[in-house]
Design a protein around this ligand. Structure first.
Ligand SMILES: Nc1ncnc2c1ncn2[C@@H]1O[C@H](COP(=O)(O)OP(=O)(O)OP(=O)(O)O)[C@@H](O)[C@H]1O
Ligand SMILES: [Mg+2]
Length: 521
């Protein structure tokens, strides 16, 4: 089934990052890398052309002839009505190689993936498997050809209730592996995983490569691409921009090619003196989940809940908001008790909750971007029983702009947005509310590198305006960069608390893995 001699496949994998032949295909011809910073439109095509040439007659054509890509997509195009999701979707996947695919939210990555998976038929372009042109009539023919896909969106028809996002993802990966695929495509598989699971996934990817499988890996965490992939393809605005061995790119070059400009200034935190206590949590418990959780969040303060997946961070947040009932302790907002298990009462009291799994819990997929953003702010927009559509539109457009959402019309259904852009709409919906307390679970999950800093700036701005923010994040740089105070959970217990000035990644990790408590004891 697999034509690549396995010895050769592992050789190539081993040369990753070295100066050997793995780096020769393409690259030096790619004057386009520099050009990638130039203003978007016209020049784009030039970059693509340069790299296509490099791909076609690169210096090691002989090696390509020897192994050959197991899968090639050439200049695939796909439009949805007036939206041109893909203009030039091009990628070569080699046996025994992990290939990263990166680009901003809405760049066309998932659309390309769905073409590989037979979900969409391209309007133009060519798909080759083992050098032979193929047409996938549907997902079944893609599977039959040995292409297994783990999609970005969780399957809504599957009864996944009770399973965390991480667990669902692991189930999906196991299913794909059991198919013995020649090509395994994973669309943002790590978005819901933390370091331990990500490491495990990378080990699985490496094992597959040694077996000669071609892996396509999509992630907004560029360091993951550097850690796990040998080659990377960069897309922008539905177009192939460049492909290169990861060893020949640095992170800045990659970002420039992705966003077509320099990344804006780094986020700087505003020093706010915390005001009155907004949220007071005392001895909060939920049987068999977490126990004895006490903390406060003040006006102007951003408090982070750190810890590993499964430590109980999301569960604490849900119990504070009232989605889950607490079995012990109390929650007060601005000195008044919040009733147990009543999210509507919490909302009325001024609490906003941005859930972790935003596509399942945060959006009405068939409603427009405007309606979704306005949903949480209805009370403010309503005047004498009327909701002013113009006010709704204005609010939605303001937030869509701040969060750099890519959309056609503001009243388009959110179902038509890319995964990351849907995330941005959920964020916008809750941020627009200006609550007394904002609880936000994984604020930048699935959000592209160009917008992350903007989300951090917005959180900072809310705090400066006096909002109390309780943030859950698995990304340590985010925790360290954004939070004033950090609470660490381990197995349902608070194991440490750090002020911004004392916190380090190392201390947080030790507390998150339970070592800090043992040391102290
Ligand atoms: N079914 C659809 N109907 C209309 N437009 C769509 C549809 N699917 C995708 N699009 C549009 O195509 C573009 C590319 O979307 P795609 O999902 O491929 O992006 P992506 O690179 O995967 O982004 P992300 O990083 O956010 O997941 C977006 O502008 C999106 O709004
Ligand atoms: Mg996507």
């Amino acid at each position: 089934m697999n034509e690549a001699p396995s010895g050769e496949a592992s050789d190539r994998a081993g040369e990753n990052g070295g100066t050997g032949d793995a780096s020769s295909r393409q690259a030096s011809e790619n004057a386009g890398v520099g050009d990638a910073t130039s203003p978007q439109a016209g020049e784009n095509a030039g970059i693509g052309d340069a790299s296509s040439r490099a791909r076609a007659d690169g210096a090691d054509g002989a090696r390509i002839a020897r192994t050959g890509p197991v899968l090639s997509l050439r200049q695939a195009a796909k439009a949805f009505g007036a939206v041109q999701a893909l203009v030039d979707g091009s990628i070569d996947l080699y046996p025994g190689e992990a290939h990263g695919l990166v680009g901003e939210n809405g760049a066309g990555k998932s659309t390309l993936v769905k073409i590989l998976g037979g979900v969409y038929q391209p309007d133009a372009g060519e798909l080759l498997i083992g050098g032979e042109p193929v047409t996938f009539a549907g997902p079944a023919s893609a599977r039959a050809a040995g292409v297994a896909i783990i999609y970005q969106e969780p399957n809504p028809s599957r009864p996944a209730r009770g399973l965390s996002v991480a667990d669902q993802q692991i189930v999906e990966i196991a299913k794909a592996l059991s198919l013995e695929a020649r090509v395994l495509v994973m669309d943002e598989p790590t978005a819901a995983l933390t370091s331990v699971e990500v490491d495990r996934l990378f080990n699985v990817m490496a094992a597959l490569r040694r077996r000669g499988t071609a892996v396509l890996f999509i992630s907004h965490r560029l360091e993951e691409v550097f850690a796990s992939c040998q080659r990377v393809t960069i897309m922008r605005d539905g177009r192939f921009v460049l492909a290169a061995p990861v060893g020949e790119l640095d992170i800045d070059t990659m970002i420039r090619a992705m966003i077509g400009r320099e990344l804006g200034a780094m986020f700087h935190k505003t020093g706010v003196t915390p005001g009155e206590v907004v949220l007071q949590v005392e001895h909060l418990g939920r049987e068999n989940v977490f126990a004895d959780i006490s903390f406060a969040v003040r006006r102007g303060e951003i408090v982070a809940l750190a810890g590993l997946v499964g430590a109980g961070r999301t569960e604490v947040a849900r119990a504070v908001f009232g989605i889950d009932r607490r079995t012990a302790g109390s929650v007060q907002l601005l000195g008044k008790p919040l009733p147990n298990g009543q999210p509507t009462a919490a909302m009325a009291a001024g609490v906003a909750f941005v859930p972790e799994d935003r596509r399942q819990q945060g959006l009405v997929m068939d409603l427009g971007i405007d309606d979704n953003v306005a949903l949480a702010s209805l009370a403010r927009l309503r005047r004498g029983g009327l909701i002013f559509r113009s006010a709704e539109r204005k609010l939605a457009i303001t937030w869509a702009k701040r969060l750099q959402v890519r959309y056609g019309w503001i009243h388009n259904a959110v179902a038509t947005l890319s995964g990351g852009n849907q995330q941005k709409v959920v964020l916008g919906k809750w941020l627009a509310r200006q609550p007394a307390l904002l609880i936000i679970d994984e604020p930048t999950r699935g959000i592209d590198v160009g917008t992350k800093a903007e989300v951090h700036r917005i959180l900072d701005g809310l705090a400066a305006d006096g909002v109390a923010v309780l943030m859950i994040s698995s990304e340590l740089p985010e925790v360290l960069g954004v939070a004033d105070r950090i609470l660490v959970l381990h197995e349902g217990r608070l194991t440490a608390e750090f002020d911004r000035a004392d916190a380090t990644a190392d201390k947080i990790m030790r507390a998150a893995t339970g070592q800090a408590r043992k040391d102290a004891a």
